[in-house]
Design a binder for this molecule. Structure first.
Ligand SMILES: [Zn+2]
Ligand SMILES: [Zn+2]
Length: 344
């Protein structure tokens, strides 16, 4: 629209509305009332259709249009937190059978084979759906162009094979964040590469709870670990020493990202741990450092211990502790095995 001049005024009390206002300063009328009604309708429709993720995304958009500190904002935040836990429980595939169902009575090889085949189908569907999502990021032009620029930089320094592997593992790490963000209905940009520095996904909405934040944060290293392990398998199968170097570098980079500071992946995860859980993690870090002698683990251990001793602790979250500890031990193990074959 080209019409300029008069700022919008409140239909109720005629107070002028400045830009960026969420509630009328005169009478508290919600500026985006109409949009909020539409979003609520969308969210209810999605919920009735059984699409909790889409419902969550709509409520999250509505939350942005409510003034922080208002009662409506507090009520809707609670709703979003509850829905987000529901989405977690639902898991990636709704077709998994309930444990201990009639299946448990099946005895004999036939039942076991059937169950294995069924499980295999479940895993295959899961892998295929993730593979599809993995490719999705590449259709975004900024991602593709920035990846190519980074590839060029690493190529000139370390050769194309290493560059390709490194870019691929970074990309998978970022897509781990994208996958977790999608699951929670949190809007974010496509992954962007910064030549020489790494890659990132920028969130356009913020997680509503430390629990969400931690899971979004740790999803990157989780997928990054899988990618690093895959490059190590390729290195062993093909005898490419440069891909063992990729596995080693990727494992190190993912450990670096687990540093429990600020907005690094590890910082997000760490915020969601109680004091006792933080000390358990420090123990895991010491153990991992003990068998791998990786200096980065020493640094992680020191920062984690400082934050365990002096930082403000969060609510206990066993899921986050388990993921964090697993990541630390598995990445340290990968550092050790890949170092044996790595040549750049
Ligand atoms: Zn008003
Ligand atoms: Zn990350």
């Amino acid at each position: 629209m080209l019409a300029g001049g008069a700022a919008p005024t409140c239909p109720d009390c005629a107070t002028e509305w400045g830009s960026g206002l969420l509630a009328c300063p005169g009478c508290q009328r919600l500026v985006h009332g109409e949009t909020l009604r539409k979003l609520a309708e969308e969210a209810e429709t999605a919920a009735r259709a059984g699409n909790a993720q889409s419902s969550l995304a709509s409520w999250r958009r509505a939350l942005e249009l409510l003034p922080a500190g208002s009662r409506q904002h507090a009520v809707l935040t609670e709703k979003v937190v509850a829905l987000s836990r529901e989405v977690e429980k639902a898991g990636p595939a709704p077709s998994e059978p309930a444990a201990g169902s009639g299946r448990a009575r099946w005895v004999g090889t036939l039942g076991v084979v059937g169950l294995l085949l069924w499980k295999f189908k479940f895993v295959a569907v899961l892998v295929l759906s993730k593979a599809k999502l993995l490719l999705l990021g590449l259709t975004k032009l900024p991602t593709l162009l920035s990846a190519l620029a980074s590839f060029g930089v690493y190529w000139t320094v370390w050769g194309w094979r290493f560059a390709l592997g490194l870019i691929a593992t970074m990309y998978v790490h970022e897509m781990g964040h994208v996958f977790a963000l999608r699951r929670y209905g949190i809007r974010a940009t496509a992954p962007m590469f910064v030549p020489g520095l790494g890659a990132f996904v920028r969130m356009e909405q913020y997680p509503v709870s430390p629990r969400e934040d931690a899971r979004v944060g740790l999803a990157g290293p989780m997928w990054g670990l899988a990618a690093a392990a895959a490059t190590w398998v390729v290195a062993v199968a093909t005898g490419w020493p440069s891909w063992a170097a990729v596995a080693r570098t990727a494992a190190w980079l993912n450990l670096f990202n687990l540093l429990p500071i600020a907005s690094l992946d590890g910082g997000r995860g760490f915020r969601s741990l109680s004091r006792a859980q933080r000390w358990v993690l420090v123990g895991c870090l010491a153990l991992a450092w003990g068998f791998s002698h990786e200096a980065i683990l020493g640094l992680l251990g020191i920062v984690a211990a400082l934050r365990a001793g002096f930082g403000q602790a969060g609510e206990p979250d066993n899921g986050v502790l388990a993921q964090f500890a697993f990541l630390v031990l598995a990445l340290a193990g990968l550092c050790v095995v890949s170092a044996r074959h790595a040549v750049l």
